[in-house]
Design a protein around this ligand. Structure first.
Ligand SMILES: [Zn+2]
Length: 165
């Protein structure tokens, strides 16, 4: 069996991100891989789940733990379309994953080097290797297209309300 590369798995994460969009959620997707096998998938769904922790990464890590029947996800790589937040980065440390691969940077809330660097903090008892920028342009475009569409929809709604007044 040939090894899939990081781009292959990032495309998988992008497909999951589109599911979030279809559900009206900010499009972020994550896939957890161990030994060339998917053990967890997640897409952002805090609104639909009424759950502030329902980020793509958390969903994928939870599924991975169940798949392995272990709370330690040794030798696993998490692929996510957007740089993780502090909560998700913290969960990655707890899970003991080996590697994080992300697409676009999140300058405002990213905790893998942008705002904070949780995963490479020298005081942490587990270090996670980070690869960033895989399909970064596609990952960022998905988010900016989503936010543009949402702004246009809001504007159209305001105009429609005005015309009925
Ligand atoms: Zn998060």
């Amino acid at each position: 069996m040939s090894e899939y590369n990081d781009e292959h798995w990032m495309r998988h994460a992008l497909a999951l991100a589109r599911r979030a969009w279809e559900e009206g959620e900010v499009p972020v997707g994550a896939v957890l891989v161990q030994g060339n096998r998917v053990i967890g998938e997640g897409w952002n769904r805090p609104i639909g789940q009424h759950d502030p922790t329902a980020h793509a990464e958390i969903m994928a890590l939870r599924q991975g733990g169940k798949a392995l029947e272990n709370y330690r996800l040794i030798d696993a790589t998490l692929y996510v379309t957007l740089e993780p937040c502090a909560m998700c980065a913290g969960a990655m440390v707890h899970s003991r994953i080996d590697r994080l691969v992300f697409g676009a940077r999140d300058e405002k809330t990213g905790a893998a080097g942008s705002l904070l660097d949780v995963l490479r903090h020298p005081g942490m008892n587990h270090q996670v290797a980070i690869v960033e920028g895989v399909l970064a342009a596609e990952c960022a475009a998905l988010l900016s297209n989503f936010f543009r569409q949402r702004r246009e929809q809001k504007k159209a709604l305001r105009l429609a309300q005005k015309s009925t007044q």
